[in-house]
Design a protein around this ligand. Structure first.
Ligand SMILES: [Zn+2]
Length: 203
């Protein structure tokens, strides 16, 4: 059985066709979103899907002008089984919004405290801060998607029992291969990080 733990299904030009293909091929997919309102839009499209699971996200690079989305996140948090992608990004494009990202991430983790489902995380340039947030809010099961941080931080993440998901782009780099060598199989997941657009195409 194949599980893609991080795919932007809603950012495909024709998400309905992709969902039908996943169903036919028996491929399980965590369909991440970048905003809670996108999750809300995706929900009815995926309600009958056996293999494509909607995940409620609030991407760290989408925080600007979207603080009103927190209300939608709170509305669905107790019933969502999958969350993502959420997290922090302090690498170049994310630096100007660092403080806003941290405020929103903390709010999201407060809402998710002891969340029992599956959480996929963005942590570029902010691996330690994301890890500290998870520990503070006692999030037990979470996955660092496309991990690109240091080895020491990686070892701390693994020692806390959090997962790492690997995608094809990572396997083309020395760093990605080194990460693959370090992560024990029981904490290693697969992801595509696939998308065809940068906007939600469910209507
Ligand atoms: Zn993503």
């Amino acid at each position: 059985m194949l599980i893609d733990t991080h795919c932007h299904v809603d950012q495909f030009s024709d998400p309905e066709t992709l969902v039908a293909k996943c169903e036919a091929a028996n491929v399980k997919v965590v369909a991440v979103t970048n905003l809670p309102s996108h999750y809300e839009i995706a929900l009815p499209h995926l309600s009958n899907s056996k293999h494509v699971y909607p995940a409620m996200g609030f991407h760290p690079l989408s925080v600007t002008n979207n603080s009103g989305e927190l209300r939608i996140f709170e509305k669905y948090a107790s019933e969502a089984k999958f969350i993502g992608e959420i997290g922090l990004d302090f690498f170049k494009a994310g630096l100007p919004t660092r403080q806003q990202q941290e405020e929103i991430f903390d709010s999201l983790l407060s809402v998710l405290r002891k969340f029992p489902g599956f959480l996929t995380l963005h942590s570029r340039g902010a691996e330690r801060e994301v890890l500290e947030g998870l520990k503070l809010h006692r999030i037990g099961k979470a996955c660092f998607h496309w991990y690109s941080g240091g080895i020491r931080e990686l070892e701390e993440i693994l020692s806390e029992g959090y997962f790492i998901s690997i995608n094809p782009s990572m396997l083309g780099t020395q760093k990605g291969k080194k990460i693959l060598d370090i992560v024990p199989l029981k904490l290693l997941l697969a992801e595509s990080e696939a998308a065809q657009n940068s906007v939600c195409k469910f209507v």
